[in-house]
Design a protein around this ligand. Structure first.
Ligand SMILES: NC(=O)c1ccc[n+]([C@@H]2O[C@H](COP(=O)([O-])OP(=O)(O)OC[C@H]3O[C@@H](n4cnc5c(N)ncnc54)[C@H](OP(=O)(O)O)[C@@H]3O)[C@@H](O)[C@H]2O)c1
Length: 290
């Protein structure tokens, strides 16, 4: 599918961490993009979704909306399921009315994370949190709907411009303190949102459908990611490893949720760059050299 002639709607594109990078990548590739704010189109209100899709007649609909507060979701189960499980098939059904491609994002948190081999697309979900279970519910809803022009992209551990994220928060804390403690027994695949956006377009150019895993190459613990960011920013702060039991959170997170991107590379011919290279670019842009 050609991007430069595409009309695209990006839900979550006005303020979302991933959505903003997607809008930028699509616009830079020549697509005509609209990214309604939540006030303009609340995706829980299907009538407003139907209206905008009928009026704009997009070639592609991107769902970068989700209930992403992993800990809060434990107490707000209904809200998490509404956005993460109920909405995706409803949006896909609206996309199908105009024959548009439907691109949905899911997460490594659908996996249990109790092994230490990167997850492939066909592996069974086994989420250990309400957030993960609700996101797996969204995928299941899309499978049940079975709209043939659906692309589900599972991504993980996002950082990037436009919205507060783990890396930016760590750098802010490191600038204020001599010492930080960060969890070192959860392992995943950090993902830079501009790279996810660019690589999403690679999949679309190749007419990919179905489920793909996408992230930057290389694995990390949260401690690895935080230490690397602090070092790259040149901040004097000791980043010390701790275990998850020393940092209790409401939601349980998978211990190992690395995503295998072999299928993505096979389809597109692209190998995502290492997360350290992407992190360097991000940190330089956050802390410009004067
Ligand atoms: N963040 C991560 O580390 C991570 C990891 C793996 C997978 N993912 C997945 O990646 C996707 C994007 O995540 P993200 O972190 O970029 O999300 P995010 O920054 O939390 O953005 C969510 C977006 O959804 C919008 N939104 C929320 N409720 C809405 C509603 N009822 N109607 C319309 N818009 C609504 C928000 O608007 P407001 O700003 O107005 O609330 C915001 O623009 C999600 O599918 C998420 O599950 C994220």
């Amino acid at each position: 599918m050609l991007i430069n002639t595409m009309k695209a709607v990006v839900f979550g594109g006005r303020t979302g961490l991933l959505g903003q990078s997607l809008v930028k990548a699509l616009q830079e590739a020549g697509a005509e993009v609209i990214a309604p704010s939540r006030d303009e189109v609340d995706v829980l209100d299907q009538e407003s979704v139907r209206r905008i899709i009928e009026e704009f007649k997009p070639d592609a609909v991107f769902n970068a909306v989700a209930y992403t507060q992993v800990d809060l979701a434990e107490d707000k189960e209904e809200d998490a399921f509404a956005l993460n499980a109920t909405v995706p098939p409803l949006l896909a059904a609206q996309a199908s009315r105009v024959g548009a491609l439907f691109v949905h994002y899911s997460t490594d948190f659908i996996f249990r994370g109790n092994a230490n081999i990167p997850y492939q697309e066909h592996e069974k979900p086994g989420a250990v949190s309400i957030y993960g279970i609700s996101k797996a519910g969204g995928e299941q809803g899309l499978m049940d709907l079975d709209y043939e022009r659906t692309l589900i992209i599972r991504i993980s551990w996002l950082f990037g411009p436009g919205k507060m994220n783990f890396v930016q928060r760590i750098l802010e804390l490191a600038a204020e303190r001599d010492r930080l403690t960060v969890v070192a027994d959860q392992t995943g695949s950090p993902s830079y949102t501009p790279d996810l956006a660019a690589n999403t377009l690679e999949l679309i150019k190749k007419d990919a459908l179905g489920v793909y895993h996408l992230c930057n190459t290389g694995v990390a613990t949260w401690h690895d990611l935080a230490s690397a960011a602090v070092a790259m920013a040149g901040i004097e702060c000791n980043v010390e490893p701790i275990s998850s039991s020393e940092w209790p959170t409401k939601a349980t997170r998978p211990a190992y949720s690395v995503l295998d991107t072999t299928k993505f590379t096979g389809k597109t011919g692209v190998t995502p760059r290492h997360w350290r290279d992407a992190l360097r670019e991000y940190v330089e842009q956050l802390t410009p050299v004067t």
